[in-house]
Design a protein around this ligand. Sequence first.
Ligand code: A2P
Length: 283
Amino acid sequence: MKDVVLNNGVSIPCIGFGTYKATTEDGYSIILNAINAGYRHLDTAALYENEEEVGRAVRESGIPREQFFITSKLNRNFLGYDNTKREFEKSIKKLGTDYLDLYLIHWPRPDYGTDGFDDWKELDRESWRAMEELMKAGRIRALGVSNFLPHHLDNLLQSAEIVPAVNQLELHPGYLQKETVDYCREKNIAIEAWSPMGRARVLKDTLLSQIAEKYGVSTANLCLSFGLQSGFIILPKSTHIDRMKENLNAEDTVISKEDMDRICSMPETGWSGEHPDRETVKP
Ligand code: A2P
């Protein structure tokens, strides 16, 4: 599998396993299956409540820790300098590791409607300062953000010493966040795609099915290949080992420029309804 080299020289596998909703005992087996299927890049978060399961699966796989690329994320409701230091230690302890490959601010603002919602600017900058210290102390190999739009990044960059290496966004055919992606490219911030198949909502789309048929691949494979060919690091999720394996083959499909353009110009579809500055709208 190809690696992407981040803006600080750290390499990250271009396909990672998304662990959202892989929780409790089931979560452990799902994550161990993903490792057995070949995933070495695992994407978790404090919010997912499965850092212990990820850590246990990594240890019990018998594969050395250094062969994994592990990402975790700071919960949006614990932004701020002290909170960030404390939350990082909690994540590390649950994962049973002494360093993270990548640590992200999960969302730029606390939950919509909570007390901290309006104080995000200062909270984000203070979290970032704590993360920079952790990185300088060798506890984290790369820092990033998730679900940050240009105005959130502008705020962070006003005081940041380290430019984020990654912005992880919801990205899939029918939801391409072009303005944010272009902004990140200009700043040399790598793009990660969460829900690269739109939580399976876009897999029944007629245009995507027609294009997939033309290449003799599944619509899921087409969505993932599209993500890779767009230059995104993709984080597909699955609970089935056959699909986990299938999803690792996304690099094999080469989509023509014409079909890439057709996918890029699809109308908006399959959006989760989650927006960092607004109340979640269920589509
Ligand atoms: P399942 O867990 O039953 O495999 P996303 O990563 O975009 O959020 O999408 C996750 C959803 O896509 C899950 O519902 C998952 O279902 C489904 N999925 C994952 N891989 C495939 C695949 N190769 N073919 C069809 N559906 C898939």
